[in-house]
Design a protein around this ligand. Structure first.
Ligand code: PGA
Length: 259
């Protein structure tokens, strides 16, 4: 069966109450759209996670936006895998552009987090993407390969079955970002898929690769129709349940509901 991955990272926007309201609405509005191959996920702030898990009623996968690589210790302000495990989530976003570029996370930090997530049985959603400068200097391929090769260093072929990757060009993300054209996105996604196949010869080709960066109702269909795009990771355009549900419907219709 073909699978499709559609999700949103709520960043630092919604309070607990707003998160719960959003999830209840989204659950309702997507009730008729859900199908076996659809992986629908929402990634709220840490503080809202327990309430979010309850509100999603198992119908929407809930994930965390970050995680420390250590189980416990002198790490003020960090959240450990053990803490997230008790909440009952299984998806951890790692290495989002804002973590890398506003908080200085390196590929080596990202790698430690990916390994910790896998060790604890989570699905790591590894985010990668080139900056505007990488694009200008023509080193997008090198950047993506480096992020993957370091980020996934030490991951076994068996563990790779649980990995998800999101390609999010830094220049395409957020207010002021401009979406990649479907052709550009597809080319980068193919580089990612080829690298994953090289790193994990047995099953690297099965790792889902999502696209993110200014996805909205106008460009979602064109993006999802690209052969190397397995899903969409959406920010702003998904933060109202109604507009996210509309994009989900549109994307499922584009695939003629073969999921
Ligand atoms: P955006 O965010 O859709 O608002 O550009 C994407 C992201 O940061 O994942």
């Amino acid at each position: 069966m073909k699978r499709i991955y559609l999700g949103t990272n709520l960043k630092m926007y919604k309070t607990n109450r707003e998160t719960v309201t959003y999830l209840k609405e989204l659950t309702e509005k997507t009730a008729a759209l859900r199908c076996p191959g659809l992986e629908l996920f929402v990634i709220p702030s840490f503080t809202a996670l327990p309430e979010a898990v309850e509100a999603a009623e198992g119908k929407i996968k809930i994930g965390a936006q970050n995680m420390c690589w250590e189980d416990a210790g002198e790490y003020t302000g960090e959240i450990s895998p053990r803490m997230l495990k008790t909440i009952g989530i299984d998806l951890i976003e790692i290495g989002h552009s804002e973590r890398r570029h506003k908080f200085g996370e390196t590929n080596f930090d990202v790698n430690r987090k990916v390994l910790a997530a896998l060790r604890h049985g989570f699905t790591p959603l590894l985010c990668i993407g080139e900056t505007e400068a990488d694009k200008t200097y023509g080193v997008t391929t090198e950047c993506l390969r480096e992020q993957l090769k370091i980020g996934l260093y030490g991951v076994t072929g068996e563990q790779a079955r649980r990995v998800w990757v999101a390609y999010e060009p830094v220049w395409a993300i957020g207010v002021g970002g401009k979406p990649a054209t479907p052709e550009y996105a597809n080319r980068s996604q193919q580089v990612i898929k080829d690298t994953l196949a090289e790193l994990f010869p047995d099953n690297g080709g099965e790792i889902p690769v999502l696209y993110g960066g200014s996805v909205n109702s106008r460009n979602a269909t064109g993006l999802i129709e690209q052969p190397a795009i397995d899903g969409l990771f959406i920010g702003r355009a998904a933060w109202e349940a109604e507009s996210f549900a509309a994009i989900i419907k549109q994307v499922l219709d584009a695939g003629k509901r073969n999921y």
